[in-house]
Write a protein that binds this ligand. Structure first.
Ligand SMILES: [Fe+2]
Length: 290
């Protein structure tokens, strides 16, 4: 766990749009990784002004001594963790400078525990990225420049991001486990999780508090997003774990969010949503957005 703080400077509210690319669960080394889709998201991140948050499970990281080992689930081009993480490192290199955090996933962490080799820490060091382990509390300070080098500090976007740690099979339980992140840090605007190989939002909640100056009840909305994966489910040929366990097919890819600062009246408004946060729809990939 680490607490991290970054700045996002802007000149006018109209032009201020922070883009967050939240990627997790690549599973390099698994033959069902959708490599082409991964590169589409990676390249979008390279070409666009954005901050990149990485959520773990970069390599499949299961060797032949592991009870989870399945010879049908080995991409023989990347059959060992060494080959997998070397490839992940190559793939992430073009995003260097944009990556703000690199979490562990359970696959990365299990290998570290069993074999005392921490690939994620090594990659984060090479990329000069904070390595907080499985979760991080991230503050992004939106600062509006008002000219003549004066800046007015405005709002802080608070994010809690965790790789996720659950064997939840039901959709209802997946809703519960991401909402449970609010029980750890209750004040965030945005909660992110990987691991369950789902992509997109879970319904929001509101956080209540009392404004100590006016003794009024205030609230802000809290949003929850799963950050996707790149493992295909049902393909022709020998089935993978998705098919053998009868998991439902899911949408692959990564999460892209746009965050804009809002104008709020702290004296009058009951709901103080400092930010407008929305997911960029898939259309960007077909050229309708960039
Ligand atoms: Fe995972």
């Amino acid at each position: 766990m680490k607490v991290l703080r970054f700045d996002y400077d802007y000149e006018s509210r109209e032009d201020a749009t922070l883009r967050l690319l939240c990627m997790s669960d690549f599973h390099r080394g698994n033959p069902w990784m959708d490599e082409n889709l991964f590169y589409k998201y990676r390249d979008w991140g390279v070409e666009n002004d954005c901050m990149v948050l990485l959520g773990g499970d970069y390599g499949e990281c299961i060797n032949s001594k592991d009870v989870r080992h399945d010879p049908n689930a080995v991409d023989w081009d990347y059959s060992t963790p060494d080959k997998q993480y070397r490839k992940v490192m190559e793939d992430l290199e073009p995003l260097k400078g944009k990556i703000k955090v690199m979490l562990d996933g359970n696959h990365d962490y299990a290998f570290w525990k069993r074999h005392n080799h921490n690939y994620v820490n090594w990659m984060a060091t090479d990329l000069n990225v904070p390595y907080p382990g499985i979760s991080a509390y991230i503050m992004i300070r939106f600062r509006r420049k008002t000219g003549a080098s004066k800046t007015v500090e405005s709002h802080i976007l608070r994010i809690f991001t965790h790789h996720g740690w659950t064997n939840a099979r039901t959709d209802g339980y997946k809703v519960k486990v991401i909402h449970d992140l609010k029980n750890i840090f209750s004040d965030c605007h945005l909660y992110l999780s990987g691991h369950v190989h789902r992509l997109g939002s879970v319904f929001p909640t509101n956080h209540l508090y009392v404004d100590e100056r006016t003794l009024s009840i205030r609230e802000h909305t809290q949003q929850y997003y799963y950050t996707g994966s790149f493992i295909k489910g049902y393909e022709e040929g020998v089935g993978n774990y998705v098919e053998s366990r009868a998991y439902p097919p899911t949408q692959l890819g990564s999460l892209i969010l746009e965050v804009k600062p809002n104008r709020v009246d702290g004296k009058k408004d009951k709901t103080i949503n400092l930010f407008d946060i929305r997911q960029i729809p898939e259309g960007w990939m077909n050229g309708s957005r960039s």
